[in-house]
Design a protein around this ligand. Structure first.
Ligand SMILES: [Zn+2]
Ligand SMILES: [Zn+2]
Length: 285
């Protein structure tokens, strides 16, 4: 025991001691066991350890290395976009602009319980909303093993349109989003905002609401016209004149979905400089 103090193990520079490294792979991030942890001295790579239960019987329990492998599998199904492979909720990624939301996500990730209230992060494009959410997904999976899915809203609509044109049932795309324990919907409100799009959103949100599942949203649309996304829409009759549109989140999703969101989520406004210009690794959201 006394040797512990003097022989304090140096943390692996690649994984910081977690035993997991994450890299971009195609459109998504991909996690794998860090080379430092490829051999497990605890179970000698059998993946199980033997423990004694209350009555002294020997029982097999999953070794920590197998728990880690399971979490890697969950993470590799979460579909976090490739450019957020470095997103973590660690002190080096905290600053004065994201402090509040950083703390919120950190607390939820640390003390996560099933059916936790959702969070909706709203604010201008480029302030780093998606980066924080991607860090939250990482924490949730590697701390607790919570099945989590990341879904860009515009991508989902694109996939649904393509499924529809091929005659594939839309349930194949919607059901996993309704049943997963934690769902992230990135860029809520983006798209043409047609009745069809609002209906898709309504189905997913209603099912998650009824099943009391935790949903995290990001949106460039906010609750006030002063801070919401400003869009320029070309007017039909006067080609050289753009019309300025300031839809609020409620305008974009409709009053019914909006009131559901209010019940399901804490709304948090995030501001700050546009990180896309200063940092190549920063996000779009
Ligand atoms: Zn390592
Ligand atoms: Zn092991």
């Amino acid at each position: 025991m006394t040797a512990l103090k003097t022989e304090k193990k140096k943390l692996c520079p690649q994984c910081g001691g977690l035993g997991v490294v994450v890299n971009p792979a195609g459109s998504f991030t991909q996690a794998e066991v860090c080379p430092c942890s490829s051999h497990c001295p605890v179970c000698n790579d059998s993946r199980y350890v033997f423990q004694r239960d209350g009555s002294g019987r020997e029982i097999a329990a999953m070794c920590g290395c197998e728990v880690r492998r399971n979490r890697i599998r969950i993470y590799n199904h979460s579909r976090v976009p490739a450019k957020f492979y470095g997103a973590r909720l660690v002190e080096s990624q905290r600053d004065t602009h994201n402090d509040h939301i950083f703390n919120t996500f950190n607390l939820v990730a640390r003390d996560y319980t099933k059916n936790h209230k959702g969070i909706l992060v709203m604010g201008p494009a480029g302030v780093g909303k998606t980066h924080l959410v991607a860090g939250f997904v990482f924490e949730l999976i590697f701390r607790h093993g919570i099945p989590t899915l990341f879904q860009d809203f515009a991508d989902l609509l694109k996939q649904l349109r393509s499924a529809y044109s091929k005659g594939d049932p839309e349930e194949g795309l919607i059901d996993p989003l309704s049943s997963i324990e934690v769902l992230v919907i990135d860029e809520l409100g983006k798209g043409r905002n047609s009745a069809w799009e609002q209906n898709i959103l309504d189905i997913i949100i209603s099912q998650r609401y009824n099943n009391r599942k935790t949903t995290i949203f990001t949106s460039n649309y906010t609750e006030s016209r002063a801070t919401t996304l400003v869009e320029r829409v070309r007017t039909r009759d006067r080609v050289d004149e753009d019309r300025e549109v300031r839809d609020t989140l409620k305008d974009r999703v409709g009053p019914r979905i909006y009131s559901r969101l209010k019940e399901m989520c804490d709304f948090i406004q995030m501001d700050g400089p546009d990180r896309r210009e200063s940092d190549l690794e920063a996000d779009h959201g």
